[in-house]
Design a protein around this ligand. Structure first.
Ligand code: SF4
Length: 514
């Protein structure tokens, strides 16, 4: 199974003359923006809207399922959804769980109702607080809050509530609040919140792990984890919210402010390689173009002889840009020999079918184009290897290919992620089973790759190297988090958790280290 990102966030606010426009309804933008970021989570979707003309100033709707299911985009809307999606301002969320259960109680936004308007707020976030267990222990041991859920979101909500409670007059200084929280929170967090006074705040952690974009026009502010969700609303001039910065909309207008110094940046390289929508720009770099560069780099490293029987096939859909670029560079024919059924979702996977049957339902090899061919199979990443193993088997059996040469547009994944991607143990990582090194200087040795290829049923296997990532993503190496590849964690808690993960692996302790 491919790794999943933890969540996407969105926010919108209507403006007139640079100030909040409480007469214009823009809440219905949120489901559309979330749908553009469905790739970031299909487990649940939700919205909190703000409407000063409504008794319930904040209204939240959230449900399990994809955006179209949660918001009942098809068929007609229910009244509750209509109410929750109306208002001059709103925040929204799509979720994939890396922490917490597949239960609607874990769906976001989390709304905390209160009689004082500045203390009544709702928020949602994308990321993972790596030290959330320590933060939770502090709240419990000091009898400050009762904890209901197994989720870092609830902990974050209580920390926010404690900070807000210090501003009794309602004039909340969010720069000060996030400055303090940035010291307490170790990890990745992009956060969006709105209170019952109508103040909207969107903040990005000081290392900038997860992407966050915004645009300010004459009549609205739009914020989203991915730029495509703003671009598809017909809005240009999209900007990056820089790490350690927040954007705030209040009765005084819109402000972008710094709340913490960024001692370094640590943009998750996987956003470009696999997670993000191919049409998005992240921290100024287009996702599609970075995948094209990855394909060109794979072509440069290719040692196979390209003949008339050689074809390049991508695993749909995220590897397509790399596969096309690699084939073009090599002068090899690029064909769609493998089709993905986009309607096979989580419900099918849950229904107890074997992995083989799931892959057979999801991917269809086409013998009329594959039969007897030497296939260069391009995939964006190789994490656990389970799906690829079945794809290769299926291509050989049903597709009747002669050879499969697997090419990965990413370096070997050798260490877990503690920042919101669900690859949390050493044991689950395919490449880690073949090497003890923490980072590969170039490619893994040929004999190691031959063994890996054999175990996957492929005829050969090559990767990109972690040192290629700066060129692929077109950002300085030191501005990226590639800890799952080079084991160099950018935060103190990450460094601590990898030691614990290694100890757990040696002792045979199952499960995540946080
Ligand atoms: S460890 Fe890997 S997946 Fe996790 S944030 Fe860093 S680069 Fe992204």
């Amino acid at each position: 199974m491919k790794p999943k990102d933890e969540c996407g966030i969105a926010a919108v606010y209507a403006l007139k003359g640079g100030l909040p426009d409480t007469e214009t309804d823009l809440g219905s933008y949120i489901p559309l923006m979330l749908q553009d970021m469905q790739n970031r989570g299909e487990l649940s979707a939700g919205i909190t809207s703000y409407d000063p003309h409504r008794n319930y100033l904040l209204k939240t709707h959230k449900a399990l399922g994809q955006v179209k299911e949660a918001f009942k985009i098809n068929p007609s809307n229910e009244k509750t959804i209509e109410e929750a999606t109306s208002g001059c301002a709103a925040i929204g969320h799509v979720r994939y769980a890396t922490c917490g259960k597949d239960d609607v109680n874990y769906a976001q936004p989390f709304e905390r109702e209160h009689g004082r308007l500045h203390k009544w707020f709702s928020f949602c976030f994308n990321g993972n607080i790596a030290n959330h267990v320590e933060l939770k222990n502090y709240l419990v041991e000091n009898k400050l809050y009762h904890i209901n859920l197994e989720s870092d979101t609830e902990i974050l909500m209580h920390y926010l509530a404690r900070e807000i409670a210090q501003f009794e007059d309602g004039d909340v200084d969010y720069v000060q609040i996030f400055k303090r929280l940035a010291h307490s929170f170790d990890g990745a967090w992009c956060l969006s919140m709105i209170d019952a006074q109508g103040d909207l705040v969107v903040a990005r952690d000081p290392l900038g792990f997860k992407p966050l974009s915004y645009a300010i026009t004459d009549d609205k502010v739009l914020v989203a984890s991915e730029s495509v969700a703003i671009w598809n609303r017909g809005v240009g001039n999209i900007q990056t919210l820089e790490p350690g910065h927040l954007l705030r909309v209040t009765k005084d207008g819109v402000k972008v402010e710094k709340f913490a110094e960024s001692t370094r940046k640590a943009h998750c390289f996987f956003e470009w390689i696999y997670f993000s929508n191919v049409a998005s720009d992240i921290d100024g770099v287009n996702v599609y173009e970075s995948r094209v560069r990855a394909g060109e780099m794979l072509a440069k490293k290719e040692t196979l002889t390209i003949d008339d029987d050689t074809i390049v096939v991508s695993v749909p859909d995220t590897a397509k840009a790399s596969g096309d670029a690699m084939g073009f560079e090599l002068g090899a024919k690029v064909v769609e020999g493998l089709f993905r059924n986009r309607y096979v979702g989580r419900s099918f996977i849950k229904s107890g079918n074997s992995r083989n049957k799931v892959v057979q339902q999801k991917f269809t090899p086409l013998p009329s184009v594959l039969k007897g061919k030497k296939v260069i199979l391009v995939e964006d990443s190789l994490v656990r290897g389970t799906t690829l193993k079945h794809i290769i088997k299926d291509m050989k059996e049903r597709g009747q290919v002669a050879e499969v040469h697997l090419r990965i547009a990413c370096p070997p994944i050798l260490s877990p992620c503690f920042y919101g991607i669900d690859m949390s143990t050493l044991k689950e990582l395919f490449a880690r089973q073949y090497t003890d090194v923490d980072a590969t200087e170039s490619d893994l040795p040929e004999e190691v790759r031959t063994k890996m290829a054999n175990d996957l049923g492929a005829d050969s296997l090559t990767y990109l190297s972690h040192t290629d990532m700066a060129e692929v993503i077109d950002l300085p190496y030191e501005d990226l988090c590639i800890a799952c590849v080079n084991s160099d964690y950018p935060t103190a808690q990450g460094k601590k958790l990898i030691v614990k993960a290694r100890e757990n692996a040696l002792k045979g302790v199952e499960g995540r280290s946080y």
